[in-house]
Design a binder for this molecule. Sequence first.
Ligand code: ADP
Ligand code: MG
Length: 239
Amino acid sequence: MTHALDLRQIRKSFGPVDVIHGIDLAIGEGEFVVFVGPSGCGKSTLLRLIAGLDDPTSGDILLQGRRVNGVPASERGLSMVFQSYALYPHMSVRQNLSFGLENLRMPKAEIAQRIEAAAKMLQIDHLLARRPGQLSGGQRQRVAIGRAIVREPVIFLFDEPLSNLDAELRLQMRVEISDLHAKLGNTMIYVTHDQIEAMTMADRIVVLRGGRIEQIGAPLDLYNHPANKFVAGFIGAPQ
Ligand code: ADP
Ligand code: MG
């Protein structure tokens, strides 16, 4: 079976500093995989390499079996959602949602239909005429997720999308993103440093430390059988 994503011996250096130290990872179609690890361990860097926003120093990236090293981000068929939302402040919500699709020269009727469906799903259909500055944090993050959905990506990439939200909203959005995965069935890669998000959302968790994979497994496997003290400290049962 072809994997949604294969990382083969991925290394990344910034000048003399090695940040990713040879990562091998295969992710199956439709899997919800969570990358966890402390700040600075290379989570965002790895996501950016997958997205095509940066290139690995060495190693291969395969999407559905096809090597995509050097293929620009816009041609990889992936959508990324950032912690900072990254919305265009001078555009309406509708324009934020349609912008990327217009660049793909998609017919107007198809764009309108996709926006309507995504806006309904995320309950932002009453906000389409507003600008990002007129929205709450949770509403902005919904728009950012909507912008990812309308592209109908083969893989969703989330980089700590809920970190800027308060605890109650984080819980609500966590459930909504899990529901979205159940509904759409897409492959999703979700970066967080929040153990609870990892435990509750993931099919599999990848624990990163210093640019290396410490352990991969289903949440309960990691919780009950952490490979070492680091993993135990991060997501294991109290010892
Ligand atoms: P995380 O997302 O896990 O917090 P990052 O992937 O952002 O970690 O960063 C991993 C390491 O790589 C950090 O030490 C960071 O300072 C370094 N780094 C990330 N991007 C760059 C860059 N463009 N230039 C130099 N160093 C970088
Ligand atoms: Mg990061």
